[in-house]
Design a protein around this ligand. Structure first.
Ligand SMILES: Nc1ncnc2c1ncn2[C@@H]1O[C@H](COP(=O)(O)OP(=O)(O)OP(=O)(O)O)[C@@H](O)[C@H]1O
Length: 372
């Protein structure tokens, strides 16, 4: 490993990182930097390159362009040919399938990384029990992994990943083999554990709720690139593109057209937003979040819509509706009562809650809106 001259000192950073298989580009020009004690989620649909990026950080793959640096040390650089294998990167890894050895006890599994580092038996035992205690499994040291539940096995895998106190832990969809209820419990548990142990972590997932619950920063990936890298709050408040908003299920994207001093939804006669101050022109895309939409009678000002479906969620219903003036555009809204599929309703959209995707000249117009 060499000392970097131009990479920032952070727990992990990537600069211009790319991976090609022959002519096929799998990852293109990834830049990121993660500070110590922070968790970065790599979030995106299947095939977008999350695991590939994680494997490049782990040293399981070699980049075709760019560099990776861990704790200020260059561990891979396609330009200079520097490449440190995984065992020289001081990492812990937790995989989807736990990857526990069935022939070893829980304690044997957890102590394995220490054995590989040549640490003596007494210290190994002490550190193994400490790691098991941290994940609440001290009493299970002598059991076989097969005697444990899926959630417990995953905690053994976490204990094994932290036992050598690595500088960085890599999680690859660690909860996806668990059933939904257990997964939901484990996300909170894992978030607590990461915070309590002050881990620096990269966490691959395709589940937006998991990423937004666990991570300090989320890289939303698409097609081998990072579409947006931001904190969960920033992502929710300011998704950069309709694709990011859609993946995070933040609401519906609506195309609006500037006409006669108002923003209209398509050809509709209903103004979504009126802007008295800026005579802008053109077209824009806006995000209409769940909490911007409400049902309001069927007055002339209401936006007519048809209920497509309704699902019970927590303490109310979540209805999916289609705007009459924009066939194909689906919006979602919370509703105390269950709306019937096929029902015709009128909607009011709160202009202050609408988010404008960066469309250059439009900015965020001063909003006035037709409500009911
Ligand atoms: N050895 C390989 N040769 C060619 N293409 C590959 C190879 N390994 C992965 N790919 C392709 O690279 C792309 C990214 O794969 P990757 O596993 O990183 O995606 P992912 O976002 O982690 O997806 P998933 O959530 O399904 O695991 C995919 O299109 C995949 O088919």
């Amino acid at each position: 490993m060499t000392n970097p001259i131009d990479l920032p000192v952070s727990a992990v950073s990537a600069r211009g990182l790319a991976l090609h298989y022959g002519e096929t580009v799998i990852l293109r020009s990834i830049d990121l930097s993660l500070a110590r004690g922070r968790t970065l989620a790599l979030l995106g649909p299947s095939g977008c390159g999350k695991t590939t990026l994680l494997r490049l950080v782990a040293g399981l793959l070699q980049p075709t362009k760019g560099a990776v640096s861990i704790a200020g040390q260059v561990v891979a650089d396609a330009g200079t040919g520097v490449f440190a294998p995984p065992e020289r990167r001081n990492l812990g890894m937790v995989f989807q399938d736990y990857a526990l050895w069935p022939h070893l006890t829980v304690g044997g599994n957890v102590s394995f990384p220490l054995e590989m580092r040549g640490i003596g038996r007494a210290e190994r035992n002490e550190r193994t029990m400490r790691a098991l205690r941290r994940v609440g499994l001290e009493a299970y040291a002598d059991r076989r992994p097969s005697d444990l539940s899926g959630g417990q096995q995953q905690r053994v895998a976490i204990a094994r990943a932290i036992v050598a106190e690595p500088q960085l832990i890599l999680f690859d969809e660690p909860l996806s083999n668990l059933d939904r209820e257990l997964r939901e419990n484990m996300v909170g548990e894992l978030a607590g554990l990461i915070a309590e142990l002050d881990l620096t972590a990269i966490y691959v997932t395709h589940d937006h709720a998991e990423a937004l619950t666990l991570a300090d920063e989320v890289a939303v990936m698409r097609g081998g690139e990072i579409a947006q890298l931001a904190s969960p709050d920033d992502l929710i408040a300011r998704p950069s593109t309709p694709e990011v908003a859609d993946f995070l299920r933040l609401g519906g994207t609506v195309n609006v057209v500037w006409r006669d001093g108002h923003w209209f939804v398509g050809d509709s006669a209903h103004a979504l937003v009126s802007d008295a101050t800026q005579p802008l022109q053109g077209e824009a895309q806006v995000l209409v979040p769940l909490d911007a939409v409400s049902v309001c009678g069927t007055s002339a000002d209401a936006l007519p819509a048809k209920v497509l479906r309704s699902q019970f969620r927590g303490d109310g219903h979540l209805a999916t509706v289609m705007l009459a003036c924009a066939p194909g555009v689906e919006l979602q809204l919370p509703s105390a009562a269950r709306l019937r599929p096929g029902e015709q309703i009128g909607l009011s959209i709160d202009p202050d809650r609408i988010r404008w995707f960066g469309q250059g000249s439009h900015g965020t117009p001063e909003k006035k809106v037709a409500t009911c």
